[in-house]
Design a protein around this ligand. Structure first.
Ligand SMILES: C[S@@+](CC[C@H](N)C(=O)[O-])C[C@H]1O[C@@H](n2cnc3c(N)ncnc32)[C@H](O)[C@@H]1O
Length: 251
């Protein structure tokens, strides 16, 4: 996993900024029934999306939780008094405390299947019966837009995606969560250019291609041979899934 204490400073600008936050929040809220309630945004990062969730639905009391101090520091400036430092594998909230729980761009980071299990279990636990869990899935695949860059990267070594839809659906089911909808959001301006992809390669973005290794430099050289080095290719489109925690049947 990237060191998010180091990422914090450049995080918003390098992850699509407010334009991405707006499309993400819009899609996530579209999967959460209207009305007042409490929402927990797990792994809220800098709060760039969390703030929009709160602003778009004044009836929602939104809390952000994240493990990384530098990310959380920024979130606290956006959502004063509404963020807590917490590990998503052990959430410091009672059972059933929230009407909605979100994990936006978290599950793809969880290489250890036990971590994925623990996070989904905790999200299910803190959700009230009848509540909704919304999460991004298949994050890495969002960048495959059929471009010449994708063609170069197609045969790179890669790890299995921890947030593959089938895995997340199965894990949600283990914890009693049932599919309740899906959506997607575009991240305007986050399309890759060859130059930016080379920079990402060299800073360890592609986890199976460590910076400085000959194989990494081979990919960098192939990317450097593409035309239009500065031109971003198509914007990535990120997928989102929603799950409901069933309410007990009435007597
Ligand atoms: C890619 S960022 C996503 C941030 C935010 N949700 C967004 O969409 O901008 C991933 C975040 O997950 C946080 N994170 C990673 N592991 C975590 C854990 N076990 N518990 C809580 N937060 C975690 C990182 O600190 C980072 O802020």
């Amino acid at each position: 996993m990237l060191d998010y204490d180091k990422e914090a400073e450049c995080y918003d600008a390098s992850r699509g900024g407010e334009a991405r936050a707006e499309t993400a929040a819009h899609t996530v809220l579209g999967l959460i029934p209207p009305g007042p309630g409490r929402l927990l945004d797990v792994a809220c990062g800098t709060g760039i999306v969390t703030r929009r969730l709160a602003a778009a639905r004044p009836g929602l009391r939104v809390t952000g939780a994240d493990l990384t101090p530098a990310m959380l520091h920024r979130a606290a400036a956006r959502l004063p008094g509404a963020v807590v430092r917490a590990d998503s594998r052990r959430l410091p909230f009672p059972d059933g405390a929230f009407d909605a729980v979100t994990t936006i761009w978290l599950l793809h980071l969880l290489d250890d299947p036990e971590d994925l299990r623990a996070v989904v279990a905790e999200c299910a636990r803190v959700l009230r019966p009848g509540g909704i869990y919304v999460t991004t899935v298949d994050k890495a695949a969002a960048h495959n837009v059929g471009s010449d860059i994708d063609a170069v990267l197609a045969d790179r070594p890669r790890r299995a995606a921890p947030d593959a839809t089938a895995t997340v659906v199965a894990e949600a089911a283990r914890h009693g969560l049932r599919p309740a909808g899906q959506g997607s959001f575009r991240s305007p301006g986050q399309g890759r250019s060859p130059r930016r992809t080379i920079a990402d390669l060299r800073r360890g973005w592609f986890t199976q291609l460590p910076p400085g290794e000959p194989r990494t430099e081979e990919f960098a050289a192939r990317l450097a041979a593409l035309p239009d080095q500065e031109r971003p290719r198509a914007d990535p489109v990120f997928r989102v899934r929603a799950f409901r925690k069933p309410a007990p049947a009435s007597p």
